[in-house]
Write a protein that binds this ligand. Structure first.
Ligand code: ADP
Ligand code: MG
Length: 288
């Protein structure tokens, strides 16, 4: 145990399996069934899958909230089963959950964001700098002296994200961060996720039900019944409309439109993901 491996993989799972503790007399049921997954540092990986497919359970293995029942998980080369590495693992991978109300602990925005760097024992001027930087990244600097409970859902979630960023993690795992937000809040959070990858170089793992949030991802991983069912670029995955539907998943509206037009006799490629690409494809098909 505690073996270190060197690589540019921030997360590495080898034959990971997991069963929740069963009640007396019941047999434990595997909810993760032999997952091999490697996530390269600095990439944006989206995870899709129907309810109960194991996404949240998988996410909780990415910062040692859960330890494998079988197999092994490395975070930046650190074996998550080595408890001596726990603090360093938690500092490397931050998590953002659905409900911002459960993640905000203080009564003033900047105090909430200061919580993690204070716990890490940062000196006061370092804390000040980290808090200001994090609030600027999420566009909440002007609200630093506000009370979190008076903010909108989207604003609260941005404060919760700032709280994680203040820890300066290499990787942030988002578990359905927009599920409780209105479309505007969703757009705000999605924009921050893009900035984190593009400007901060943070590795992002995003679990979501909203297909539109995933079209900018470097890679999509589709979970089904505790296994990785599909793994590829958004173009590769979303063009397999029938397979996705079998797995109980939607496709972006852009892909759906082209799929339906193709059923009516068009033959356009199914990888026009953004509205602009979709408009271009449709306009091109109408011209010919
Ligand atoms: N605390 C728990 N105890 C027992 N079973 C659980 C627990 N949490 C989740 N499960 C089961 O594990 C499976 C995977 O759940 P989860 O990882 O939450 O899936 P997802 O996030 O994809 O919806 C589901 O069948 C779910 O019912
Ligand atoms: Mg879940």
């Amino acid at each position: 145990m505690g073996e270190m491996i060197m690589s540019d993989r921030i997360i590495e799972m080898k034959d990971l399996s997991y069963a929740y503790t069963a009640a007396e007399g019941e047999t434990p049921r595997l909810v993760l069934k032999g997952i091999d997954l490697e996530i390269e540092e600095g990439t944006f990986v989206a995870v899709l899958g129907h309810n109960g497919s194991g996404k949240s359970t998988l996410a909780k293995h990415m910062n040692a909230v859960f330890l494998p029942s079988g197999g092994i998980v490395y975070v930046a080369g650190m074996d998550t089963a080595d408890e001596n590495l726990l603090i360093e693992i938690r500092r490397t991978v931050g998590m953002v959950f659905q409900n911002p109300d459960n993640q905000i602990v203080a009564n003033v925005v900047e105090e909430d964001v200061a919580f993690a760097p204070e716990n890490l024992g940062c000196p006061p001027e370092e804390i000040r700098r980290r808090v200001d930087d994090a609030l600027k990244v999420v566009g909440m600097y002007d609200f630093r002296e506000h009370a979190p409970h008076l903010l909108s859902g989207g604003q609260k979630q941005r404060v919760a994200i700032a709280g994680v960023l203040a820890m300066q993690p290499k990787c942030v795992v988002f578990d359905e961060p927009t599920a409780m937000l209105d479309p505007r809040g969703r757009e705000e959070v999605t924009a921050i996720i893009r900035r984190m990858r593009d400007e901060l170089g943070t590795t992002v793992v995003l679990i979501t039900h909203h297909m539109e949030e995933t079209i900018d991802a470097d890679r999509l991983v589709v979970m089904a019944d505790g296994r990785v069912a599909m793994d590829g670029t958004p173009r590769e995955i979303f063009s397999q409309v029938d397979r996705l539907r079998e797995l109980g998943l939607d496709v972006p509206q852009t892909v759906d439109l082209i799929y339906r037009l193709n059923k009516k006799g068009f033959s356009m490629p199914l990888d026009a993901l953004s509205p602009d690409e979709c408009a271009e494809a449709v306009a091109g098909a109408l011209r010919t």
